[in-house]
Design a protein around this ligand. Structure first.
Ligand code: XIL
Length: 349
């Protein structure tokens, strides 16, 4: 199936939608992921590459048609929005927020506090710890203030733990100490009280030292009254490493705390060249995370980190690997795409 053909079946689908029996889940009124997700309580999202959105019509149409949340892949990161101290550039991020509004989509803001993709001017050599604290606070107020009321959920703190569950050694930990995380969430809540505030990381999908550290942190933050609302799992999986088998158990323990959960950056890469076994395994990887999401109460969204290999970050970062998204460079869907649709349609909560 090529993504582009979906518009043609739309009219037929709408005609059928009225005949859904009472009590049954509504039939998807077209072939899109978005339609399949409707009524499930889980939103389907994608990361968006803003250059591609401007230049590539099939890409733009795919984002609009298939998804109901969008995450800026890069344009809300600190280096993008404040290239020089006090000099802000919201243009690209504004374009995404406008696009989302036009297409009835919600926006996941990504990301406020991170060790990566910070502006070059932001260094410990230049600023004292007290100044860095003010800079971080100002950044959160400036960015969340700019988008106030227009961002559904923010990845407030990204990748704060190491694999062994100790806090990652970053400019923020060194300068401000471990309290920077609580501070960031408090500031974020003041800046936009309606936004859902998430922690977010990778390799924290199953039960392991890292997700244990998050579980402890969330309990501690909530005991202190810190406004943390969500636990984000990026979901960057790889066929050759196998998939974590305790994802449901992990998501469930956060869910039981009353915390919202989300899969925020799902892709499933493989060593190239592809073959049918890898492609099938990839579908299982995508499907298993979505199933876990659908099987708990408070999992609110499932976002893929790009929906076509044409713009995936994987080949540029993982040597010899690729084919990580559910559709190829020509927007031809893979088994993973159908698994996502079918999982939405079959696994209901
Ligand atoms: C990646 C983008 O996809 C790339 O385009 C960029 O060069 C580097 O960052 N975890 C995250 C994302 O939280 O922001 C990263 O995105 C992928 C890993």
């Amino acid at each position: 199936m090529r993504l582009g053909r979906i518009a043609a079946v739309l009219a037929v689908g709408i005609a059928m939608a009225g005949s859904t029996p009472a009590g049954a889940h509504p039939r998807a009124d077209d072939d899109s992921l978005r339609a399949a997700a409707r009524g499930s309580g889980v939103r389907i999202g994608t990361a968006v590459d803003m250059s591609a959105l401007a230049a590539d019509t099939p890409y733009r149409e795919g984002v609009a048609r298939e998804f109901d949340t969008v995450t800026p892949e890069n344009v809300m990161k600190w280096e993008a929005v404040e290239p020089q101290p006090g000099v802000y550039d919201w243009a690209a991020a504004d374009r995404l927020v406008d696009f989302a509004r036009q297409n009835g989509q919600l926006v996941r803001g990504h990301t406020l506090v991170w060790h990566s993709q910070n502006p070059a001017w932001l260094t410990e050599a230049t600023y004292t710890p007290a100044q860095l604290r003010t800079i971080l606070r100002n950044h959160i107020f400036a960015e969340m203030g700019h988008f106030k009321g227009r961002i559904w959920a923010w990845d407030v703190a990204n990748e704060v733990f190491n694999e062994d569950g100790t806090l990652r050694d970053t400019i923020w930990l060194r300068a401000l100490g471990p309290g920077y995380i609580a501070d960031a969430f408090r500031w974020a809540h003041q800046a936009d009280p309606k936004a859902l505030l998430f922690l977010n990381d990778y390799n924290n999908e199953g039960i392991n030292a890292k997700s244990d550290a998050y579980f402890a942190l969330v309990k501690q933050l909530r005991a202190q009254g810190v406004p943390v609302h969500g636990y984000g799992m990026q979901g960057h999986l790889a066929v050759h490493y196998g998939f974590p088998d305790t994802v449901l158990e992990n998501v469930r323990r956060f869910d039981k705390l009353g915390l919202k959960t989300a899969f925020t950056e799902v892709d499933v890469r493989m060593q190239l060249p592809t073959d049918s076994a890898k492609v099938q395994a990839q579908a299982e990887g995508f499907g298993s995370l979505l199933r876990a999401c659908l099987l708990v109460k408070h999992c609110v969204s499932y976002t893929v980190w790009g929906f076509t290999d044409k713009y995936s970050w994987v080949p540029g970062v993982f040597e010899g690997e690729g084919s990580a998204t559910p559709a190829d460079e020509n927007f031809q869907v893979k088994p993973a795409w159908n698994t996502l649709r079918d999982t939405f349609l079959l696994v209901r909560r």
